[in-house]
Design a protein around this ligand. Structure first.
Ligand SMILES: Cc1ncc(COP(=O)(O)O)c(C=O)c1O
Length: 460
């Protein structure tokens, strides 16, 4: 017997924990199907998705080639304990390792797990084993997941508050968020003041991070996102990471690159950090590796950190770590990335979308404070009438109105799926499907404008 949405909501209230989700909308919305850039509700209303499951479904919903890879593996080898080998695991590891050689010029190995945060945990173990340190640097505004270890290096205290003392809580460093510079500087003439401030920490032992006599830091690694994801798709200045890495190298601190959200071409290049000319010691990835199908995540680390002599069997283990379905889809994703020039495609489309968003910003400077983008990681800051102060409420209203599914188009009613992020929860983090058409970019711009006009009328 099929239940109505009303009945299902009542059951959800009674039987579902709310703790494993994020309820942005009350009541949460049901969807019935999806295709390409669209989600469809029960009435068949198309919702143009500009977030693609926080960038996990970048290659489009119901991607046929990836669906077939999954179906073929279901028919061939749907299950296998990870103590045995299957071809797709090995071939996928090779492709990822070779991509690191290509983009970062380093040999290394790949280690699988199931979710992003679990892979972050694995990377923490590699850092701890290598450096014998359990303290990390991480960024203000950074997000690395919700397990205990990942929460310790994620900036929000809100995610730790109820769960006791985190003795390994990271030292959080300001991110180069130039639109709202934490040091009130201007990027044109700041001379990367933020890196200099970080560098100063190492000047004397009394700044709390270094024994200057032995050049030993109390911190093992710096966890970075090349473009901050949950933090609001904040893009750092071109030379930021190069300068930061010099400081880290001087004091033997590893660089861990969290590519869970920006990896697999979201920011143009296969790995987001490759836009910035530095080589990480460890890379963590997940999400779009399987386009949101059977989950798979993992880490890549330099050979010296992860070869079997130092990192033997069972260093971490999960029943599902290199599962056959996930590795089959991941392998197909990597094949697609090799065969098609996603780098060019994503940069081209990103530029076209950004031009449209910038023209919208020009038209509504009292609503949109900043738009920016790298590849198809695009951002739009919603601001108060002064043109700068963050307007979280207005962003929330736009988000909620988009979910009503009643925006007008010549082809009928449409919805717009958005995600709100950023330090002040006023940023639309825009991550469209890589195959989004120009017509859908026009439509997205038009739907944004309708949302702005509607919310101006209703709420300002
Ligand atoms: C940069 C980054 N790191 C880690 C995670 C955690 O991944 P997961 O939700 O798969 O545990 C996320 C998820 O949004 C992320 O964006």
């Amino acid at each position: 017997m099929k239940h109505s949405e009303k009945e299902l909501l009542e059951k959800e209230k009674k039987y579902c924990s709310y703790g494993d989700t994020v309820h942005y909308l009350e009541p949460p919305k049901f969807f019935e199907s999806c295709e390409g850039s669209y989600l469809y509700d029960k009435q068949g209303t198309p919702f143009l998705d500009l977030q693609m499951w926080y960038s996990a479904a970048s290659f489009g919903y119901k991607n046929e080639r990836l669906g077939n890879a999954l179906k073929n593996q279901i028919d061939k080898l749907p299950q296998l304990a990870c103590q045995y080998l299957h071809a797709e695991k090995v071939e996928l590891a090779e492709k990822i390792a070779k991509s690191m050689e290509r983009l970062f010029g380093e040999e290394g190995r790949v280690h699988f797990n199931v979710g992003g945060a679990q892979a972050v945990e694995d990377s923490l173990k590699v850092v701890r084993q290598t450096t014998k340190k359990n303290l990390m640097f991480a960024f203000m505004g950074g997000y690395h997941g919700r397990t205990l270890g990942a929460s310790a290096i994620t900036s929000s205290y809100r995610y730790r508050r109820r769960f006791g003392h985190f003795s390994d809580r990271a030292h959080f460093v300001p991110y180069p968020y130039c639109y709202r510079c934490p040091y009130d500087k201007k990027p044109e003439d700041c001379g990367l003041y933020c890196v200099k401030q970080f560098e100063k920490l190492f000047e004397t032992e009394y700044n709390g991070v270094l024994d200057v006599k032995t050049n030993e830091s109390e911190f093992g690694a710096f966890y970075v996102e090349s473009v901050q994801g949950t933090g609001g798709y904040v893009i750092p200045p071109k030379d930021y990471f190069k300068e930061l890495k010099k400081v880290l190298d001087r004091h033997n601190i590893l660089l861990v690159d969290d590519e869970i959200q920006m990896g697999f071409h979201r920011a143009g290049k296969l790995w987001g950090l490759a836009n910035f000319g530095v080589t990480p010691d460890i890379v963590v990835f997940g999400k779009a590796l399987t386009n949101g199908l059977n989950p798979l995540s993992g880490i890549w680390a330099k050979e010296k950190l992860i070869n079997p002599k130092v990192w033997g069997a069972g260093s971490t283990h999960s029943t599902f770590s290199s599962n056959t379905l996930g590795t089959a889809v991941g392998l197909e994703v990597m094949k697609m990335c090799e065969e098609m020039d996603y780098e060019k495609k994503v940069f081209d489309k990103g530029m076209k979308f950004l031009i449209r968003l910038k023209s919208l910003q020009k038209k509504y400077p009292k609503v949109i404070g900043d738009v920016d983008g790298l590849g198809l990681a695009l951002r739009m800051e919603i601001v108060k009438p002064d043109g700068y102060a963050p307007d979280r409420e207005f962003a929330d209203h736009m988000f909620a109105e988009g979910m009503q599914g009643d925006l007008d188009t010549p082809k009928g009613k449409r919805g717009l799926v958005l995600d709100v992020g950023g330090y002040y929860k006023n940023v639309f983090t825009i991550a469209p499907a890589f195959d989004i058409s120009e017509a859908d970019m026009d439509l997205a711009t038009d739907l944004f404008e309708q949302l702005i006009q509607r919310c101006l009328k209703k709420y300002r």
